[in-house]
Write a protein that binds this ligand. Structure first.
Ligand SMILES: Cc1cc2nc3c(=O)[nH]c(=O)nc-3n(C[C@H](O)[C@H](O)[C@H](O)COP(=O)(O)OP(=O)(O)OC[C@H]3O[C@@H](n4cnc5c(N)ncnc54)[C@H](O)[C@@H]3O)c2cc1C
Length: 413
């Protein structure tokens, strides 16, 4: 066993949550290390396309955002965490902008040329379960833009990177923690006063077990949750896994692709074999997924050319202008596969996507283990048993920032 480095704050995971925690801990003066199972770039966060929620709308507020989260979660979310998520959303967006993320803007001035800013100047879309337009986007590569900004900021400082470090165990030691990793050179121990667990969810591994498709990156395997459980941490809602209503079902190269929910925000509707819109296309995720499955079970679905169950997502309703601004990546992917979503509807069916529950955390993102913090998809409570679109990237930014700061402060005490 090699003796590795020693840190004030060790962050496990290099998605949006881990990077936000690392930047925040470093800014709070801590010696920080970021460990990641493979490269720092490999994560679910970078795959996120649709956007991130924050209440910038002139008719919106953090309180309305919080009501939408609680309703979408069927009142299973932790109201204290939801209040933090929604009230800190606008400042988290400003923070990400300061670090280099450039959210799509629209019409910097209000109507009538009066010079006031509408919706903070942002292009906002309404996502499933939301009562207001609240989704900020960076085209349809929002997760890529956010993780790149965070990673560039972290790499510009003196923080240490530990790629190809897969966490295997976490053990208390001398008032801090020892993390044992598997590396390319064999096992290595790393000491840290505090640890931030930001290793994401488990839907890639879960889909393999179920023999289903998943939107997730192959690193989303969930062993860090099990490691925390072995160390004595508490979890909640771990059984609540979310299906993305709109998995790509055809062509085969798009199977497992998550068609951005922004397609529906910009006018696409779900249709059955008869061409009827059979559900509220902008309902909460669990409701829309259940409606698609029920429609197929009733015999009102369609079959893909390779015999998979599906319904139609009528993307021909999206205006070319909206598509050019907010869906260029999706259009490129489909057109590259020989289908133009603006000219014909596309096949879709729900696909395993997100781990709603996870490690129990308090308002500083501390788990039930002293000195061990958790943020992002690995943590539970913020979304209860049903997450709204656009609130995961937000959770990464808001609670990643909190976790990093609190972990740095605790390491000093
Ligand atoms: C295709 C897709 C589209 C999405 N679109 C949106 C969207 O538009 N808006 C939104 O809000 N959310 C979206 N989501 C959800 C959101 O992107 C993720 O839930 C969120 O980014 C998770 O961030 P994270 O930092 O918690 O985890 P991840 O980004 O998954 O990062 C986990 C990190 O932990 C590392 N890791 C895992 N195991 C270990 C280990 N044993 N040791 C060391 N490191 C480990 C991984 O390598 C990785 O670096 C989308 C997700 C997907 C897959």
């Amino acid at each position: 066993m090699r003796q590795g480095a020693s840190f004030d704050v060790l962050v496990v995971g290099s998605g949006a949550a881990g990077l936000a925690a690392a930047v925040s801990a470093k800014r709070a003066g801590a010696r920080v290390g970021v460990a990641s199972k493979t490269t720092l770039q490999a994560c679910n966060s970078a795959k996120a396309q649709g956007g991130i929620q924050a209440s910038f709308g002139d008719d919106d507020s953090p309180a309305i955002h919080a009501e939408d989260v609680m309703r979408s979660s069927h009142d299973t979310a932790d109201p204290k965490l939801v209040q933090i998520l929604t009230s800190e959303a606008p400042s988290a967006i400003r923070w990400l902008e300061e670090l280099g993320a450039e959210f799509t803007r629209q019409g910097p001035h209000g109507p009538n040329g009066q010079g006031h800013s509408v919706n903070g100047g942002y292009r906002l879309a309404r996502c499933g379960g939301a009562t207001r337009q609240r989704l900020l986007q960076v085209g349809d590569r929002t997760g890529h833009a956010i993780t790149k900004a965070l990673r560039d900021t972290y790499e510009a400082g003196r923080g240490v990177e530990l790629p190809h470090h897969a966490l295997r165990t976490l053990t208390p030691s001398n008032g801090g923690w020892v993390a044992s990793f598997e590396t390319k050179e064999g096992a290595a121990d790393v000491e840290a006063a505090t640890v931030v667990l930001a290793a994401g969810g488990r839907c890639f591994a879960e889909a393999e077990t179920r023999g289903e498709l998943s939107t997730n990156h192959p690193n989303a395997t969930g062993e860090v949750t099990r490691i925390a459980l072995d160390a004595g941490a508490q979890t909640r809602d771990l059984d609540a896994l979310q299906y993305h209503p709109n998995g790509g079902a055809w062509p085969s190269t798009m199977q497992g692709y998550s068609i951005p929910e922004t397609t529906r925000a910009y006018g696409a509707v779900l249709r059955n074999a008869d061409g009827d819109e059979f559900t509220d296309s902008l309902g909460a995720r669990d409701a829309v997924s259940a409606a698609i499955v029920a429609e197929v079970e009733k015999g009102m679905g369609v079959l893909t050319p390779d015999g998979r169950p599906a319904v139609w997502l009528d993307t021909t309703k999206i205006s070319p202008e909206d598509a050019a601004i907010s869906l260029p990546y999706m259009l490129r992917r489909y057109r590259g596969a020989g289908i133009d979503p603006l000219a014909e509807p596309i096949y879709t069916y729900p696909v395993l996507h997100y781990q709603n529950g996870g490690l129990v955390i308090d308002e500083h993102a501390e788990t039930t283990l002293e000195g061990v913090f958790a943020c992002g998809e690995i943590a539970g409570g913020t979304h209860g048993r049903n997450r709204m679109m656009g609130n995961s990237l937000l959770e990464c930014a808001v609670f990643g920032r909190r976790a990093g700061k609190a972990a740095a402060e605790r390491a000093r005490s």
